[in-house]
Every structure is written in C-alpha cells, then in structure tokens.
Ligand binder design. Sequence first.
Ligand SMILES: [Zn+2]
Length: 385
Amino acid sequence: MSVPKGNQTFLRKYNRRLLVNLLETEGPLSRSELARRTGLSPSVLTRRVQSLLREGVVREAGKAASSGGRRPTLLSFNPDYAGAIGVKIERTRLLAARVDLGGRITARDAAQLDDPPDVSATVAGIRAAVDRLATGRVLGVGVCVSGHVDAKRRIDLYSPILGWRDIPLAELLERAIDLPIHVENDVNALSLAEHAYGAGRRFAHFVCLTVGEGIGAGIVLNGTLYRGAFGAAGEIGHTTFDPSGPACRCGEPGCLEVYASDRFLEAEATRLGYRGIPDLMRAAREADGEAHEVFVRMGRTLGLGAKNVVNLLNPEAIVLGGERMDASDLFLPAFQETVRRHAFPQAATHLEIIPSELGPDGFLIGGARLATRSAFSVPSAGGQP
Ligand SMILES: [Zn+2]
C-alpha cells in the first residue's frame, strides 16, 4: 500500500522528532536500543539517524558496554546544535538570554522598562535583545510574562502586574522578529524548565509555586504542563483566603496574594517602622521577634494555600521559586509545618517540598525551552507542544 505524499512528509517529521526526543530525554542510546524503543524498521532508522548526524542534531558518543558481541556505538542529542532565546518581561525590566539545547545560558541581555511598561517599547526592546543574542542557529524566541496568557491564541489576556489587557503579544513580536515566537505565563515557563533541567526532573506530578510580587503556580501532571481549558490554570494567588478581606489588585476581596506576597511584607514593614522588605528581613534575622513573626504568618498563609492545592491535586512535590525565596529561611519552616499538618496524610506523607534548582534563570531557560520543544516535539493533532 502506498502512503500519500503528505503523510510521508508527516511520517518523516514524526520519526525524526521521535528519535530526537528519545535521545534528548533518555540518551545516549545505541541504534538497536532506538529501534527497540521506537519500533522503526532498521532501514528507516538508519536513514533518519544518518540525516540527524549529518545535520548535527545528534552525535556519536562513544561505545556501549559489550554484551558479548561487538560494542555498539552510542548516539546522543547534541546540545550545541542550536540555541533558543528566552525573554522575561517584568514590571521594570526586560531580561533575555540565549540558552543552548541542554538548558545552559550562554549569553545574557537586560534592559530597563518604564513602570508600567509600554507595549510597543517592550516589543522594540525584545527585538533589540534578540538582535544582540541571535548568534548561530536559533530555533525561536520564548517570551514569558506574568498573568493570564492564552498560549494557544498567544495573547496576554490580563496581567495585573504589568497593567496589560488583551495584548496580542505573539502577533506584535512576529511582525518585529523573523523567528518563531512563543508566549507563555512566566510560572508555566519556569515549571517547564524545572521539569526539564531542574528540581522537577524526578517528578511526573508537581506544582511549582512562586512567591514574590505575585503568587503563582505552574502545574505539571502526568509529565505535562497543565494550562487549563483557556490557559488560566494555576492562579493560586487569586484563590480566596478571606472573603471579607481588602481588595486584591485583581479586584476580588481577600485573595491569598493579599496576605502572602510582597504587598503584605511591604505593608508589615511600614507598620513596624522599617524602610522596606530587605530591612524587614534583616531585622527578622537579627532577632526582632515581631519582624520574624511577619514571615511566620506569611509562611502559614502560603502553607494553607498550598495545602488546598495538595489536597486537590496530590502532587509528588512542591517546587518553590520566585524572588522572595531570598527570605525562605524565614518563612519556609512555617510553610512546611502548615502543609504537613493540614493536608490529608495520604497526600502529605510522601510530599517533597523543595526549592527550585534554577532560581531566577529558570524563567529564561523555560522561555527558551518553549521554542526548543516546539522545534523537536512529536507532532500531534493538538498542535500545542
Ligand atoms: Zn486577586
């Protein structure tokens, strides 16, 4: 039976990505191991491997241990084959980096933005950063931004931190930059990076919780980022903590973010007569009991928010990240204690609570990862990587 031409092209692309994916996640592997895992015939496998070696996506990586006969040659994914550019839009800064295919940052760029940032100035800033960073083969640009991003329609629907609403960011960037463009919520991008290269590597189910100006969560279930039906999953910062509490910047009363983000710490610093959060942290570490109690309260509140997530999703781990991890020594003990005491034992007993491994770079690495995944993911009917 002959296969129609369109299907042949699809099959070729599918097989190629299947091999690259397998080598990236589980390599190095021998040709016979690849054949066993993919079910590809020897002739198809040989052709695909030859073309991947020729392109440089895959390289030979020594010999496997002998199992009696001739020692087979191992093949591995080549992280130097290309790079991708990750960008993070913050309230006053634009950060960008070129990242190799192994998740390592090879060059950086930063620029100031007005507060709040103007959309067209931000697009121009990203274009300038990409121009400076795009050396060699670049697979694409992944931009991460706070708030509610519809990654399918590639629109920043609503970002309370940036004051943006319905910004067709991907479209604006595509007009300015001649590379594939991806837009994603920043915490989702961080979760992808931690899953591929950091603290989430060991887990198929984990929640990446970020603390700082906002409180966000990225949810990985069954090894896949869960975005929700319309890209709005993970807004833990805007779950209700006290319905009679003060208004959150999202407009709702008493969100978790009101009681555990920087806004809370700043207000408490003022109340106790300190100049700001760094000052409050210093006092808490220098045995000012009242200042220390502020972080304990923050940890407990955050712990109750996390407890709800743990009871709802039963993850293997909570990976904690975000800029306020610089105060983790002050709030983490109360956080851990609260989660463990209040979540169902079935969900909490084996739960790991660990810090992000990639730190602030994780956002940029995750942005780049969007572009890499899109270039190498196995094509599916859904289209989204
Ligand atoms: Zn809110």
